[in-house]
Design a protein around this ligand. Structure first.
Ligand code: GAP
Length: 462
């Protein structure tokens, strides 16, 4: 069973060094968190698993790491400057988004109002949401003079860095369609809705890939393009299930209704997870057509096209975009792994049953006690395994309490060294160690000579 309440995870995260509320000594900083020693490992492992699946194991995808501080016109072309500017209102009926001041100025024709005088949607007369006075993009300033020319934005998504490098990648990597460009990095949004722990934060990490393909022959009926979209949805869903170990019953795909779609999108589907508070988005997979490349071509005056050798024409590729939240996926990985069950003595234990590939610590070397005679062999074992796997060495407290601590941080295997290993009363030891399995709590003895080979088998993908 996964964790059913968020509070258990929030408290474990702080107690065991995964995630801390930011700037706590100053009273905290809303919707902002710091990743502690174990959180940073877990995040890195999830990111690596994504990169492995999306870049290293594919011959049609390459990586990128574009600058964070981006040319301001990039955000004009992408539509973020216009769409994310306040004051924003949404029509509850047709879901179109407007600037309230523009409606009031009559830019869309005579202002429609209800009986109470509230402004209504210029499109269909629908009720509007309360205006949102916050800009979703964080502004920053370059240089010493604060004027419009020195203003830049922190990126609210990683995607635009990919689009503006399309031509660089095609030329330098001699790419042929279809191919993808992948990127993982931090994004910033001035979120005004209160977050649920790290579900919605001001800065967060994304893992995005833009997959460029040939435009459909029939724009109005892009059957092949939509089949490619569906293939990416299936691939991404199975990554959560098979690589991260998320139970299929708590995953679903939700297609956006026509009214929810951006005007340029041919289709969008979200991979959702059943959080303790209900279904929530983990990843959006959007069929973005040729919108972004065309928009950057128009705004920059530098067309972003691909030369089709067969037709000898310059074309604008269409795009499928799987866009995942790394930090949100980390929250799900924690929720999903957490279990409470009896330990060896029948007492309740909290255990994070991570897949070995994402577990922040893979091994713990635990001498039975602080006895001096155990230490040299225990250190020898530690020195043998730590260059290969993230390993902790711990000789404080009782062995039972140390097992509990390792269970709670999700360490798959503990290696125990006892007097049988090192010998006692003049008798030689057997130079073997005990491997204790986190999930079954079963123990087996393994000679030092075959320890690395045994661990390789028991830590797949690590
Ligand atoms: N380029 C497309 C794009 O950014 P999105 O659906 O806005 O799409 C993709 O974001 C993913 O990023 C979401 O599915 C979610 O996992 C994550 N995400 C978005 N906003 C977030 C926030 N404020 N805090 C944490 N994760 C966020």
């Amino acid at each position: 069973m996964p964790a059913t309440d968020l509070e258990t995870i929030v408290s474990l995260c702080k107690r065991r060094g995964f995630i801390f509320p930011a700037a706590e000594i100053y009273g905290g900083f809303a919707n902002t968190y710091d990743y502690g020693p174990l959180g940073v490992e877990l995040k890195r492992n999830i990111r690596d698993a994504w990169w492995q699946a999306m870049v290293r194991e594919r011959d049609d995808v390459v990586g990128l790491d574009a600058a964070l501080i981006t040319h301001p016109r990039v955000w004009v072309a992408s539509g973020h400057v216009a769409t994310f500017n306040d004051p924003l209102v949404d029509c509850k009926k047709c879901h179109l988004r407007w600037r309230l001041d523009h409606i009031e100025e009559g830019q869309y024709g005579p202002v429609k109002r209800d009986a109470a005088g509230n402004v209504l949607c210029p499109n269909d007369g629908g009720e509007l949401t309360e205006p949102r006075q916050f800009n979703l993009m964080f502004k920053t300033q370059i240089g010493t003079v604060a004027d419009d020319a020195s203003m830049a934005f922190l990126p609210p998504e990683t995607a635009q860095g990919i689009f503006i490098n399309f031509e660089n990648v095609v030329n330098s990597m001699r790419r042929k369609l279809p191919f993808g460009i992948a990127q993982t990095r931090v994004s910033f949004r001035n979120e005004i809705t209160p977050g649920k722990f790290i579900f919605r934060t001001l800065e967060f990490e994304q893992m995005e890939m833009e997959y460029f393909c040939f435009p459909p022959k029939d724009r109005e009926n892009p059957a092949e393009y939509l089949a490619l979209h569906k293939a990416w949805i299936d691939a991404r869903l199975s990554w959560y299930r098979d690589t991260l170990g998320i139970d299929a019953s708590r995953l679903r795909v939700r297609y956006h209704e026509k009214e929810e779609l951006s005007h340029y999108s041919a289709a969008t589907a979200d991979v959702e997870y059943l959080f303790p508070w209900g279904w929530g988005e983990l990843e959006g997979i959007a069929a973005r057509t040729d919108f972004d490349l065309t928009a950057h071509g128009n705004e920059s005056g530098h067309p972003l096209t691909y030369f089709d050798e067969e037709t000898k024409e310059h074309i604008v590729p269409w795009v499928i975009e799987p866009a995942a939240g790394l930090t949100r996926t980390l929250a799900v990985t924690m929720l999903e792994a957490y279990t409470e069950e009896p330990d060896e003595k029948g007492e309740n234990r909290g255990v994070l049953k991570f897949r070995p590939n994402v577990a922040p610590v893979k091994l713990a070397v635990l001498p039975l006690s602080k006895n001096e005679d155990l230490r040299p062999f225990a250190r020898k074992v530690f020195d043998l395994v730590r260059p290969l796997w993230m390993t902790q060495y711990d000789e404080t407290q009782s062995i039972g309490r140390r097992y509990r601590r390792q269970d709670e941080i999700g360490t798959p295997i503990c290696i125990t060294i006892d007097f049988q290993s090192v010998g006692e009363g003049g008798q030689p030891g057997d130079e073997a160690v005990t491997l204790r399995d986190r999930d079954t709590q079963s123990q087996v003895r393994v000679p030092l000579s075959s320890l690395v080979a045994t661990l390789r088998e028991r830590l797949p993908g690590c």
